[in-house]
Design a binder for this molecule. Structure first.
Ligand code: NAD
Length: 346
């Protein structure tokens, strides 16, 4: 039996699982495989070199999905960048190609959210329905996303890969706060890689989960096999935060390059971005995924690396997580006594 939630009903997906929008990883093969497995696939806009390249990636994703009725969206992340991207161009390209679902994340998303809400593509007669999932790392930002009229929030705990913000609040507390404060559906992001995570997120009031690192380690993920095997061999001790001193914190895999960045940031006088630029460049990090040398550059990874022990296909992984969550929810209900009265306490 599938688990249906506000998220599955809103987006018309089978399972309440969203693939994270990962730089260099959210490409057509992965987004199509996740979508075909009944979860929400996600193309990462900035992984494509231009809005036109994103159009082609969207077409390729649709081609790969064939007759599958799955859904995918486009991630737009707004963060400091060595070459500032044409965010608006990416949004328009996606809408012109008929994309209805967007994940926004990062700093000052207001103008991009407004553009997504108001843009009418030349191919459309009227404003089409579109859904925005806005990812944020504080309740304050979640409330402003809600005010801006986004459809769903993705509440990203400190456990996450990539940029967790600067306030260091773990998912348990963030989600419990979300349950009290938010009026719109939210999903749990950061620290989730299995059915136990999905079950926990649902009991914390979330309508689903977002997983990045877990989907990196699947057959269809476009990264080198060596890196998938490195994830399988890693523990939750194997990530580190860089850019703490620049207030652009990012959780990345602990390797020679990330430890050098941390060393430079911690030396007396600290480091300016220019001192780190060559080490941290995304183009260099990309080589890790292409060549399979895990020490070649910076690559994002969440502490869920400690929970990942295999490299399944998306078609195996997605239903497995749902099945595990169902079993855990049933098992917990059967093993605890809520209305056992005094006897339960004797
Ligand atoms: P990049 O090569 O432009 O930059 C590499 C890293 O340095 C990134 O973490 C970036 O945020 C950081 N950075 C760049 N300029 C900075 C500055 N002036 N001060 C402090 N930090 C700075 O990054 P890229 O790998 O080509 O990625 C392009 C953009 O996508 C970046 O903004 C990056 O943060 C963002 N990103 C998105 C995702 C995602 O999941 N969609 C994941 C990782 C990074």
């Amino acid at each position: 039996m599938p688990i249906t939630t506000e998220l599955t009903r809103m987006l018309g997906i089978t399972h309440p699982i969203v693939q994270g929008g990962m730089q260099w990883v959210g490409t057509p093969p992965l987004a199509a495989a996740v979508a075909s497995a009944g979860a929400l696939g996600m193309l990462t806009a900035l992984t494509q070199p231009s809005p036109d390249a994103l159009r082609e990636a969207i077409k390729e994703t649709k081609r790969r999905m064939g007759n599958s009725r799955g859904k995918f969206g486009v991630n737009i992340t707004l963060l400091p960048s060595i070459s500032p991207p044409d965010y608006a161009g990416y949004v328009k390209a996606a809408m012109d190609e008929g994309v209805e679902i967007f994940e926004t994340a990062g700093n000052n998303p207001g103008p991009i959210i407004k553009l997504i809400q108001s843009y009418i593509s030349p191919n459309a007669d009227a404003l089409p329905k579109r859904y925005i999932i806005h990812k944020c790392v504080t309740i304050r930002h979640a409330l402003s996303g809600q005010k801006m009229g986004v459809d769903c929030l993705s509440i990203d705990g400190f456990e996450c890969a990539g940029h967790p913000g600067e306030e260091d609040i773990g998912g348990l507390v963030l989600l419990a706060r979300a349950a009290k404060e938010l009026k719109i559906p939210y999903i749990a992001s950061g620290g989730i890689a299995d059915g136990r995570g999905l079950a926990s997120a649902l009991t914390l009031g979330a309508a689903g989960i977002n997983m990045g690192t877990r989907f990196m380690c699947t057959v269809e993920s476009p990264i080198h096999q060596n890196i998938k095997e490195k994830i399988v061999a890693s523990t939750e001790q194997d990530t580190v935060h860089i850019f703490r001193s620049l207030r652009n914190t990012a959780r990345v895999f602990k390797n020679a390059v990330s430890m050098e960045v941390v060393r430079l940031e911690r030396r007396p006088g600290g480091a300016k971005f220019e001192d780190l630029r060559e080490l941290v460049s995304g183009q260099r990090g990309r080589k890790v995924y292409e060549d399979g040398d895990s020490d070649a550059g910076i690559w994002s990874a969440g502490i869920t690396v400690g929970l990942i022990n295999d490299i399944p296909t998306c078609e195996e992984l997605v239903p497995r997580i749902v099945r595990e969550a169902e079993e855990i929810i049933r098992g917990v209900s059967a093993s605890i006594s809520i209305d056992g009265g005094q006897e339960a306490w004797d």
